[in-house]
Every structure is written in C-alpha cells, then in structure tokens.
Ligand binder design. Structure first.
Ligand code: HAS
Ligand code: CU
Length: 563
C-alpha cells in the first residue's frame, strides 16, 4: 500500500439520515445557544463603548445595574452558555452521523438536555437580578446567590449526562464493528466529552464543597486560594472543550467543504489524544501571580503548557495541508496562491478560514501568556481579553457560526437565507476583531487593567486614548456582524421548506489514507484515559493535598451590589 493512495477510499459509511425527532432535539440545543449568544453579545459593545467614555449603562439603569452586571452577563452567556449548548448539540450530531446510527439511549440525552436547561434558568434569575455579579470566573470572595452556583452545577451535570449518552452509543457501535477504526468525527466528539468530564471535577468540587455551603450560610467564610485552584483545574481545559468542536470541523468537515480530504487521520487522532492528556495539568498558568502556589508547581505547569501548544501546531499543519490538497484539486497553484482557489463564496468555509487565520495570532498571545516572566507583564491587563477574543470569540465562535451555516439548514430542511450576507458577516467579524483585539493587546502592554470600566478611571494616560477609541470602534463593527448573523439565522429558520437538493448534507471528509491504516493505538480509549488521569493526579495531587489540609476559611465574602 503506498503512503498516499488517492484510490483507497474510506469504507462507505452507512448513510444514516437524522430522524425528525433527532433534528428537533439537536435544534433545541442550537436555539438556546444562539439565543444566549444574541443576548450576551449585546453587552460586549456596551463595554467597548464605555472604554472611550460613552457610558450607555446609565440608560439601562432600572434593568441592569452596572458595568459589572453587564460584563458578567456577557461572559456567562457567551463563554459558558453559547459554547456549552452548541457543543453538546453538535456532539450529538457528530456521534449520530459519524457512527451512522441513532443514540443508544436517547432518553439519557433528553434528560441531560433538560437538566442543562433547568440549570440555565436557575442561574438566570440571580444573574438578571444583580445577585450574581461575580463575572464568569466567579472568584471568591465575590459572593453570588446559591441559585447561581447550583444552576451552573446543573448545566455541567446535564452535559455529563449527555456525555454518558455518547459513551453508550459508541460502546454499542464498537460491539458491532470490532476491529474497525472509529469514524473520526464521532471519535473526536467522544474524546472531547471525556476530557470535559475529567476537567469539570475541579469546578464540581469547588462548588459543592466550598461555594454552595458558603452561599447557603453554612460556613461564614471561604478560602479564595483553594477555590481558585479548583477553578483553574477546570478553567483551562474549559478552553479546549470550546476549541475541540471547532477542530472536529476543521479536520473532519472543512476539507470536504473545500473539495478535498483530510491530510492525515493519524495526526488528527494524535492531536485529540494529546488534548485529552495535557489539557488539565496546566491550570497554574492562570495562577502565576497567586502567592499560595509554590514556584516549582508553577514551573511544572508552565512546561506542560508548552506541550499543550503542540497539538495546535499539529492542527495548523494538518488542516492547512488538507486545505492545500483541496485547493490544488480545484486548480489552485503556487506556494501560497492556492489559497485563492478555496471556495470563498461558501459562508461556512469563509467563516472557518477566517477563524483559523485569527487563531494563529491567538496562539501567539497564548504563548506569551504562558511564559512566566511575560505573564507578569500582561496578567490582569486588557491583553488577556485581547487574547481570548481571538481564541474563544473568534477561532471558536466564528467557526461555530460557520458550522451553523450548513447545520441550521440541514436540521430545518430550509435553504440558507442570503448567502452573500452570510459571507459578508464573517468578514465583518474578522475586521471588527482585528481592530478590537489589537487595541486590547496594545492597551494591555501599556498597563491598562482588565475587568475595569476605563471610561470612569481617573488615571487614563494619553497614550491609551487612541487604543481606547479603537476598542469602541471594533466593538461597534462586531455588533454589526452579530446582527447580520442573527438575521441570517432567524430568516433561515422561519423561511419556507426547500427542495431536498437545496438542503445541505452533513459534510464528512474522507481521509487521504484509509483510516483502517491508522495504527490501532490511536483508536483505543483505555490507555489514553489512564495516562490522562495519572497526569492529573501527579500534577495536581500534591498541591491540592497541601492546600486542602491547610485550608484557611478567612474570607467572609464581598457584597458587590454597591457597584
Ligand atoms: Fe488562553 C488566558 C495560554 C489557547 C482562552 N485563555 C485565557 C483566558 C481565556 C483563554 C478565556 O498561559 C482568560 C481566562 C481568564 O478570564 O482569566 N491559551 C494559552 C495557550 C494557548 C491558549 C498557551 N486560550 C486558548 C484557547 C482559548 C483560550 C484555544 C479558547 C478557546 N491563556 C493562556 C494563559 C492564560 C490564558 C497562560 C492566562 C493569562 C493570564 O495571565 O491571566 C494555546 O493552546 C494556543 C495554541 C494555538 C496555536 C495556534 C495554531 C493555529 C491554528 C490555525 C490554523 C489555521 C487555519 C486557517 C486552519 C499554536 C490551528 C488556514 C487558512 C487559510 C486561508 C489557509
Ligand atoms: Cu489556560
């Protein structure tokens, strides 16, 4: 068998068509996700305008009390709700379509979904009534209503329950397909679900053992250091929980949409395994300045952070190689010139390509963050939101938007409304984000703090001025893009049913080399799960043990309401 044999085809997957019920079930995840994004994103420009002195919050006063309530809603709805609901819905789709069979126990997934919804509604009450203005990281000693903590817990528990539904389905498939490589998109969806379950043990422990008893009044003080350690145990892998579904699409779908194939099934699987094992043991890179964490542990997590950089480099190589293969099949030529031959008129492709391009810069700022001495310069400055608007708000969010450009028509049986506007929407996002995030990075380097209404600060130096204005302009452009996106989604959803030929199929890319040629060790879960758990114990065990036996409930909690 030659290494790259275009004649070797992936075994044709049984063409399983989603039932009406499955479409509706997945669709409900998207409805909640897009609703959260639509509301959450409205607060973004309010923050951005505030930077240049235009305070619109004062006009919202009877409903929303402060910049901080808006910032909390922005972070929770976008970073936690939009992502989680989209991801769980999308994972249902990739598991079902990838394996070519229905869920093994659809009731389990249904229960999981409803638990997530109940949790969301429960958290929404204190969020909207200014009783949980603690930002999306909810660090104590900021104290929220118990309903916020319990609601978030239920959202996580619901996602775990849906995860169990995915494992059951994969197990049933494996029983019937001994020796066959798990189809990539389903494989990758399940790896992400497993990574998420390991990762969320931190936040579950934080909420159940510390925040809930404290907010119920059972303990009268808390230990912010230990709480932060639990939080970042989950908080870092959380960013890969967001990223990996975009990677599923970049590896397993985008090549097909671009007219080509996945360059390497083995590299794709390897990168997912690397994310499983090194996503968690790096959380201290968010705590480089925490006095309660010994330097040696910061150093260990810093080194491991460089290893979690690696699977993204693998991804950049493999995905760009797949795109080049596609473009050359479409007649593209040249070392870089082939890029023009990609289908830039397809909104789903354009969104994901632009997301990938900005992610390269997000990777650079991530590496800067991860470098201990540089982190001391940028930590808690506007640089950090600059970084995560390139990653979660672009690499992830713009990719998810791109996915919905085929997924919503596929689920509803409609035609995408106004393709041209959808293509333009991605470009507007791309331009808005360049303006916004560059200005945020610059402000950070000039020492501007994050999580601060800078428009009210008395200490604004002259050299910040131009950048503050660019933050506002970028925020305004992003708002335009968001409105375009919501318009396309709503008009598509309410539009008339389309002829079957006009409804997009789920794009599933074949790999150049038959997946059956991928080594077996890249398709076995057990050894990788064992290594993942072992690394977690080694990288967190000693520090957690130490912090738990020295727990110091010294902080009574801060009431944020005067804000
Ligand atoms: Fe980060 C802080 C380090 C990636 C999100 N990060 C944050 C926070 C968030 C976040 C939300 O070490 C703030 C948390 C808070 O509120 O305090 N981050 C990293 C590193 C990476 C990284 C090393 N971050 C992400 C991703 C996120 C995300 C992904 C969301 C999804 N981050 C940090 C650190 C901090 C931090 C510190 C703490 C800062 C502090 O002091 O508070 C790496 O994983 C990045 C690797 C990325 C690459 C890029 C590869 C490029 C690819 C694109 C290929 C191109 C294509 C397009 C496909 C190596 C894969 C081709 C197109 C054509 C046209 C051909
Ligand atoms: Cu991190």
């Amino acid at each position: 068998m030659t290494l790259i044999d275009p004649e070797v085809r992936t075994a044709p997957r049984p063409e399983y068509q989603l039932t009406q019920q499955e479409r509706r079930f997945i669709g409900w995840h998207l409805i909640v996700a897009i609703a959260a994004l639509s509301i959450g994103s409205l607060f973004g420009p309010l923050q951005a305008f505030e930077y240049s002195g235009l305070d619109l919050y004062k006009y919202l006063k009877p409903i929303f009390q402060s910049y901080y309530q808006g910032l909390t809603l922005h972070g929770v709805l976008n970073a936690l709700v939009w992502t989680t609901f989209f991801i769980v819905g999308f994972t249902n789709l990739v598991v079902i379509k990838g394996l070519g069979r229905p869920l093994r126990a659809p009731k389990v997934n249904l229960v999981g979904f409803w638990v997530m919804v109940v949790g969301l509604l429960m958290a929404a009450v204190p969020l909207l009534s200014n009783a949980a203005t603690v930002l999306y990281t909810f660090y104590p000693p900021l104290k929220a209503s118990w309903a916020f903590y319990l609601g978030l817990t239920l959202v996580v528990v619901g996602s775990w329950i849906e995860g169990v539904g995915f494992y059951l389905t994969l197990a049933a498939w494996k029983k019937d397909n001994k020796g066959v490589r798990t189809p990539f998109i389903a494989f990758a969806g399940v790896v992400n679900a497993a990574m998420w379950q390991i990762a969320t043990l931190g936040i579950a422990t934080e909420i159940l053992t510390m925040l809930l008893p404290w907010s119920f009044g059972l303990t009268d003080a808390t230990d912010p250091q230990l709480a932060r350690t639990y939080f970042w145990f989950t908080g870092h892998p959380l960013v890969y929980f967001w990223l990996l579904p975009a990677y599923i699409s970049w590896y397993g779908m985008l090549p097909k949409q671009a007219g080509g194939k996945l360059f390497s099934d083995s590299l794709a699987r390897l990168s997912f395994w690397m994310f499983l094992i090194v996503s968690v043991p790096v959380g201290f890179h968010h705590q480089f300045v925490d006095p309660g964490v010994p330097v040696v542990w910061k150093w260990i997590h810093a080194v491991l952070t460089y290893s979690v950089f690696f699977p993204s480099m693998l991804t950049a190589f493999t995905v760009i190689a797949s795109l080049e293969y596609a473009a050359k099949r479409r007649g593209g030529t040249g070392i870089i010139g082939w890029v023009r031959a990609l289908p830039w008129d397809d909104p789903s492709v354009t969104a994901q390509l632009l997301a990938g391009i900005l992610f390269m810069f997000g990777g650079v700022s991530g590496l800067t963050n991860a470098s201990y001495n540089l982190n001391l310069v940028v930590h808690n400055t506007a640089w950090v939101p600059g970084h995560f608007h390139l990653t979660v708000a672009t690499a992830v969010t713009l990719s998810f938007m791109g996915i919905t450009y085929w997924m919503v028509p596929h689920l509803t049986g409609k035609k995408l409304w106004n393709r041209k506007m959808a293509v333009a929407q991605s470009w507007v996002w791309f331009v808005g984000m360049i303006v916004f995030s560059n200005a945020m990075h610059m402000l950070g380097l000039l020492g501007a703090p994050r999580r601060t209404p800078l428009g009210e600060a008395l200490y604004v130096p002259d050299e910040w001025e131009g950048h503050l204005l660019r933050v506002s302009i970028g925020g305004g452009i992003l708002l335009v893009s968001l409105i375009m996106y919501v318009l396309v989604m709503v008009k598509t959803a309410v539009g008339p049913k389309a002829a079957p030929a006009d409804v997009p199929e789920v794009p599933i890319a074949q790999s150049i080399r038959h997946p059956q040629l991928t080594p077996d060790w890249l398709d076995r879960f057990k050894p990788w799960l064992i290594v993942a758990l072992l690394l977690v114990v080694l990288s967190y065990g000693p520090q957690l043990f130490d912090q738990i036996i020295h727990i110091d409930l010294n902080s009574p909690g801060t009431d944020f309401r005067p804000w």
